[in-house]
Design a protein around this ligand. Structure first.
Ligand code: GAL
Length: 742
C-alpha cells in the first residue's frame, strides 16, 4: 500500500522514558527484504542485516519499488516488574507502529500474533496501526531475559514496511491496563419520541475477562452555563461478551445540543473511564406535502454524449413531471422525472420544469447547457471510502443507490461513486482492467444505477497501483477510459498513490503530467466522465486543476471524523477558494457525517452535532463537491436532516460557482462570505471556540451593508434583527449560516 506518509517524529516522549511501566521498541531493529522461515528463529544471526529506520518505509531505505516480504528483528528484555506493577497482570501489550500492509509476529521463534486480513492470509490488504495483546502465561515470553522479536511483513504494493506514521506511531511493550479495552459504545441511534423525548441505549463493553463492577454516572449538562439538567448513578457490571446496557430517555429541550457525560468507575481498581457525547437537534424543517422543485438551476453536458438528469422534487407522491423547451434529442419520463437522450447542438437551452401532485403544481426555470464544460455546479453524491474503505462491494453500492433514490435524489443528490477496492490485482491478457470478485458485473451495476436515474463513479490511480494496492491505470490510460465508458461510468476519481514510483520528485510539470495523460484519454471517449483529481493539493493544484479539465481537485490530505481534522481542512481553504468556478471546484475531501469507518465496521462520526452543522455549512460556502461518506443503508434522522436542507444545498449549488472568502479570522471565531448569483450573499458565522459566544457583524460592514433581509438557512426563516449589528449566539464549534438579500 502507498500513503502520503505523514511522517511523524519517531520518538514520542513516552518512548524516550525508560520507565518501569514500558519497554521502548523504537530502536535497535534490523531489516532484510525477502523471506525465510529461519528468520523467525532466535538463534538466527542477523548481524549482516541493515539497521532499520522506523521513520521510513523500506523503499526509502534502499529498496525502491520493492513489494512482497521483508523482516524486522530486534532483541528486548521483558522485565517481570512490568507485570508486578500492573493491576490486571493478565496480558502484555505489544505496539508495533503501522504495518504496510500485513504481518506475522514471532517471539523467540513462536508465532504470537498476526494480522493477515481479518482471518485471511498475510497477502490480504490490512494496512494500519498494530497493537497486540499477549497473555502473560504465553510460554513464548522469556521474563527478565533477552527475547528475540521478529516481524514478517508483506507489502501488497507501493510503500511497504513497519513504520511510524500518523496512524499509529508507538513502538513499545506495556501491560494491558484495567481500563484499556473498555469503552462506552454510543453508536446506537437517538430515538425521537412523540412526547418530545430523546431516548437512547448505550453499552459498557470490554474485551477483557476481568469482571468490572462499579457505578455508571450519567449526566446531562447545558454547555452554555454548565448547569446540570439531569443526573443519575447506576450500578453496572460487565465483562468480555457480557456488556452492560444503559437506556435513558430525556426531554428534548430546545433547538440546541446538550452534553451527556458517561463515567464508569470500577470499585475494585478505583479506575475510571469518561466518555461524552452531545444530543442531536434538527433544524431542517420537516418536508411538506406540497410540491417543491429542488437542486441546481443548471446542468451541463457535452454534445452528442448520453444525457441523464433527474428533476429533483419533493412533495406527496405521486408526482407528475413536465419539461417545456427541452432541446431536440431529450425526452422526459413524466412519472420518474428522468430526462435522457443526447443533444447534438451546443447551446444554452432555457427549460421550464413543472411538477404537480394532488395538492397543486410548481414551476422552475432551468438551463441545460450543451458545451465542453460539464459539472457546472459541485457534484452531489456518495462515495464508498469514508464508510467502507476497501471492503466496498456490489451489494453495498446497490444499497446506497437505493437509499439515494428513496431519500436524497429529490434534493439533487445524483452520484454513486465507488472508491478504491473494486479493481483486480492483474489485468486480463489483452491488458484490459478487470474487477475483483466483489464486483462481478460492473456494467450491470452501472445499468442498475442509471436505471434509477442516478450516475455512477469509479476510482483509479495514474500509478501502477492504487493506494489500496490494486491495479492502477499506468500505461493503460486510453484502454481504461474506454472500458469505463463501455461500462457507463460517469465520474472518475484519479488518485496519485503509486505514481510516486514513476515520478519520485516531480516538479510542477511532473505533477500535472499524469493528469494531462488521463485528460486526453477521457477526451477520446463518447461519454461525459466527471474528472476528479486527487493528489492532496500538491503544487497548488487549485491554480492549474481547471487547465487539465479537472471538475474538482482535492486540496488536502485525507479527512478524519474529528474536529481537529475537519476544522483544520475547512478553515484553511482561503487560498484555494477564489479558484472555484462553474465546472471546476476545490475539493476539501468527502463528508464525515453519519456512520463512517473506512472499513467493515462503522461508528458514528466523532463530530458533535454542532460540528456537523459547521462541516456542511462550510463545505457549502466553499462550493465543494458534497460526497457523503457514510453507510447509506443506515441514515438516521439527524444525518438525513443535514443532507436534505434545500436552502443549504442551494448555497453549495449556486450557479455563480464562487467559493466563499475568509472575511474575518479571529482566534475564536471566523466569518466566511460567498457571493451568490442573485446578488445576495451566503454568510457563515463560525464559533471555533469551545464556549458559547455571540458573534456580531456591523450592519455598515461592506459584507452586509445595503442588505435588509437575513435568512437563517438551516431553519429556513427570516431573522428579525434590530439595532446596529447583526448578532447571533453561536454554540461551541457551531455556526449560524445566513443568506442575505436586498
Ligand atoms: C487516498 C485518498 C482517499 C481514498 C484512498 C483509497 O489516497 O485520499 O480519499 O481514495 O486513497 O485508497
Amino acid at each position: 500500500m502507498i500513503r502520503k506518509t505523514f511522517t511523524v517524529l519517531l520518538l514520542t516522549a513516552a518512548c524516550l522514558r525508560a520507565s518501569a511501566q514500558e519497554v521502548s521498541l523504537s530502536k535497535g531493529w534490523k531489516l532484510a527484504v525477502g523471506d525465510s522461515a529461519q528468520w523467525a528463529s532466535p538463534t538466527y544471526n542477523d548481524g549482516h542485516w541493515q539497521t532499520a529506520d522506523l521513520n521510513e518505509n523500506w523503499e526509502r531505505q534502499g529498496h525502491p519499488n520493492y513489494d512482497g516480504f521483508g523482516w524486522y528483528r530486534t532483541k528486548v528484555v521483558i522485565p517481570s516488574s512490568l507485570k508486578e506493577k500492573s493491576f490486571l497482570k493478565d496480558s502484555l501489550r505489544l505496539s508495533l507502529g503501522t504495518i504496510d500492509d500485513n504481518d506475522e509476529v514471532y517471539l523467540n521463534g513462536k508465532l504470537i500474533a498476526k494480522y493477515g486480513g481479518h482471518g485471511g492470509t498475510i497477502k490480504d490488504g490490512n494496512y494500519g496501526g498494530r497493537v497486540y495483546n499477549i497473555a502473560v502465561n504465553n510460554p513464548a515470553i522469556l521474563w527478565d531475559k533477552e527475547n528475540v522479536l521478529a516481524v514478517r511483513v508483506f507489502d501488497t504494493g507501493g510503500d511497504g514496511g513497519m513504520v511510524s506514521s500518523g496512524f499509529g506511531s508507538v513502538f513499545n511493550i506495556t501491560m494491558a491496563d484495567v481500563m484499556d479495552h473498555v469503552w462506552v459504545n454510543t453508536d446506537a441511534d437517538f430515538v425521537y419520541g412523540d412526547n418530545n423525548s430523546l431516548s437512547k441505549s448505550v453499552k459498557l463493553v470490554t474485551s477483557n475477562h476481568y469482571q468490572y463492577s462499579g457505578k455508571l454516572a450519567f449526566k446531562v449538562t447545558d454547555p452554555e452555563n454548565g448547569a446540570v439538567l439531569y443526573e443519575k448513578s447506576n450500578d453496572a457490571t460487565f465483562t468480555s461478551g457480557k456488556p452492560f446496557t444503559y437506556s435513558f430517555s430525556i426531554a428534548r429541550l430546545a433547538k440546541r445540543s446538550y452534553v451527556i457525560t458517561y463515567s464508569f468507575t470500577d470499585t475494585k481498581s478505583g479506575k475510571e473511564i469518561v466518555h461524552t457525547e452531545t444530543t442531536p437537534y434538527i433544524l431542517t424543517p420537516y418536508p411538506t406535502a406540497k410540491v417543491k422543485i429542488n437542486g441546481a438551476d443548471v446542468f451541463g453536458a457535452r454534445p452528442g454524449h448520453p444525457f441523464l438528469y433527474l428533476i429533483p422534487a419533493t412533495g406527496k407522491k405521486p408526482l407528475v413531471y413536465k419539461a417545456d423547451g427541452l432541446p431536440q434529442g431529450l425526452t422526459l419520463n413524466a412519472a420518474t422525472g428522468v430526462i435522457s437522450g443526447s443533444v447534438a447542438q451546443k447551446g444554452d437551452y432555457p427549460v421550464t420544469f413543472t411538477v404537480s401532485n394532488t395538492l397543486g403544481a410548481k414551476a422552475k426555470k432551468f438551463t441545460i447547457t450543451i458545451g465542453d464544460n460539464i459539472g457546472l455546479t459541485p457534484a452531489l453524491g456518495w462515495n464508498s471510502w469514508n464508510a467502507w474503505g476497501l471492503s466496498v462491494n456490489d451489494e453495498k453500492v446497490r444499497i446506497s443507490a437505493k437509499a439515494m433514490i428513496d431519500k436524497l435524489s429529490s434534493h439533487g443528490w445524483a452520484y454513486i461513486n465507488i472508491d478504491d477496492g473494486w479493481e483486480a490485482e492483474n489485468r486480463a491478457a489483452d491488458g484490459k482492467i478487470v474487477t475483483n470478485s466483489k464486483f462481478p458485473d460492473m456494467k450491470g451495476l452501472a445499468d442498475f444505477v442509471h436505471g434509477l436515474g442516478l450516475r455512477m463513479g469509479i476510482y483509479s490511480s495514474p500509478g501502477p497501483r492504487t493506494c489500496g494496492g490494486f491495479l492502477g491505470s499506468w500505461q493503460h490510460e486510453d484502454q481504461d477510459a474506454q472500458t469505463y465508458s463501455d461500462w457507463g461510468i460517469d465520474y472518475l476519481k484519479y488518485d496519485w498513490c503509486s505514481y510516486s514510483d514513476i515520478a519520485p520528485k516531480p516538479d510542477l510539470d511532473g505533477l500535472k503530467k499524469p493528469y494531462q495523460v488521463m485528460q486526453a484519454s477521457l477526451g477520446k471517449v463518447n461519454r461525459d466522465i466527471m474528472y476528479s483529481l486527487c493528489q492532496y493539493g500538491w503544487g497548488k493544484v487549485w491554480e492549474w486543476g481547471a487547465d487539465v479539465n479537472g471538475n474538482s481537485w482535492r486540496t488536502t490530505g485525507d479527512i478524519q471524523d474529528t474536529w481537529q481534522s475537519m476544522s483544520t481542512i475547512g478553515f484553511n481553504q482561503g487560498a484555494a477558494a477564489p479558484h472555484a468556478q462553474p465546472g471546476h471546484f476545490n475539493d476539501p475531501d468527502m463528508l464525515v457525517v453519519g456512520k463512517v469507518g473506512w472499513g467493515p465496521s462503522l461508528h458514528n462520526t466523532r463530530l458533535t452535532f454542532d460540528e456537523q452543522y459547521t462541516h456542511i455549512s462550510l463545505w457549502s460556502l466553499l462550493a465543494s463537491p458534497l460526497l457523503i461518506g457514510c453507510d447509506m443503508g443506515h441514515l438516521d434522522a439527524f444525518t438525513l436532516s443535514l443532507l436534505t436542507n434545500d436552502e443549504v444545498l442551494a448555497i453549495d449549488q449556486d450557479a455563480l460557482g464562487k467559493g466563499a472568502s475568509q472575511y474575518v479570522k479571529k482566534d475564536d471565531y471566523q466569518i466566511w462570505v460567498k457571493d451568490l448569483k442573485d446578488g445576495g450573499k451566503a454568510i457563515g458565522l463560525f464559533n471555533t471556540s469551545d464556549k458559547y459566544q455571540t458573534i456580531s457583524l456591523d450592519k455598515n460592514d461592506p459584507a452586509i451593508s445595503g442588505y435588509t433581509k437575513f435568512r437563517d438557512a438551516w431553519q429556513q426563516k427570516y431573522i428579525v434583527s434590530t439595532g446596529a449589528a447583526l448578532s447571533a449566539k453561536v454554540a461551541p464549534h457551531g455556526v449560524l449560516l445566513l443568506r442575505v438579500e436586498k
